[in-house]
Design a protein around this ligand. Structure first.
Ligand code: GLU
Length: 271
């Protein structure tokens, strides 16, 4: 009997150890390799986009992971992801962390772990100027967004009669709007503002004051990667305390940018 109990204990311990190994320890592994591999957007100013002069991916999301990697003493390797590919890329180990305009929600948190919220926005629409005054004006219309996004799910719920066209990314959805193939593009307001700022014919479009959701962004990490999650959370809380987080916000959204957004959040521990 005693032998059986010991055998059971050993088996249970082995299973626990194997599970922990599967989740991995990104903090230790990345330090060993000297590099943190980051999944980011590469066409969404000002979160992650290619700077015309340097040809490097830069942005709000990138500054956060740069600060985290610096604290770890490792280099950053940036790998572009789409809204649909970012979670599989993380789970399959192709990237170590997602810093890609990603909303935290309960459904996603079943699959991956999130940091505390490091950006806060809400879902709106870009439309032809004057064409949309209320959600009613979008009923039965074609609306463009990105595959695998919360935007796609939210708009289907908010306007069930609309036909939702899901593209690989938002610039493609905006192209469809410019070509008159959709009546609106929907996603987070901060992303829409970035798209509009870069559009050559921006005066023809607007972002009406119609918000259909709140979108808190989190950095995504593998489920059970607890030491790394704790490290990332401590780092971004410290960045809030030191003022570095607010400085990054000002750099990308402040009065010297095209956006002039107010910082309507503070990085704080999740309740
Ligand atoms: N924040 C939303 C999401 O995570 C929309 C932006 C995106 O697709 O990255 O789905």
């Amino acid at each position: 009997m005693k032998k059986l109990a010991t055998f059971c204990m050993i088996t249970i311990l082995a299973v626990i150890t194997a599970t922990a190994a599967m989740a991995g320890d990104t903090l230790a592994d990345a330090k060993k390799k000297g590099v943190l591999v980051v999944g980011c957007k590469d066409s969404l100013p000002p979160f992650g986009y290619i700077d015309e002069k340097s040809r490097q991916i830069v942005g709000y999301d990138i500054d956060f992971v740069n600060a985290i990697a610096q604290k770890m003493g490792v280099k950053v390797e940036l790998k572009p992801v789409t809204s649909a590919s970012r979670m599989p890329q993380l789970q399959e180990g192709h990237i170590d962390i997602i810093a890609a305009t990603m909303t935290k929600n309960a459904e996603r948190a079943k699959v991956i772990d999130f940091s505390h919220t490091y950006f806060f926005t809400g879902q709106k629409f870009i439309t032809k100027k004057g064409s949309v005054k209320s959600l009613k004006d979008l009923e039965g219309k074609r609306i463009g967004t990105a595959k695998g996004s919360t935007s796609e799910q939210n708009v289907k719920k908010a306007i069930p009669s609309a036909t939702v066209l899901s593209f690989d990314d938002y610039p493609q959805a905006f192209l469809a709007l410019q070509q008159g193939k959709v009546a609106a593009v929907t996603t987070d307001e901060a992303i829409l503002a970035g798209i509009l700022a870069k559009a050559p014919n921006k005066t023809q479009f607007e972002i009406p004051g119609l918000q259909i959701s709140d979108e808190p962004y989190g950095l995504g990490m593998r489920k059970g990667d607890t030491k790394f999650v704790a490290f990332v959370n401590k780092t971004i809380l410290d960045m809030e305390k030191s003022g570095e987080a607010a400085k990054i916000f000002e750099k990308w959204f402040g009065p010297n940018t095209q956006f002039h957004l107010q910082r309507n959040f503070k990085i704080a521990a999740d309740k």
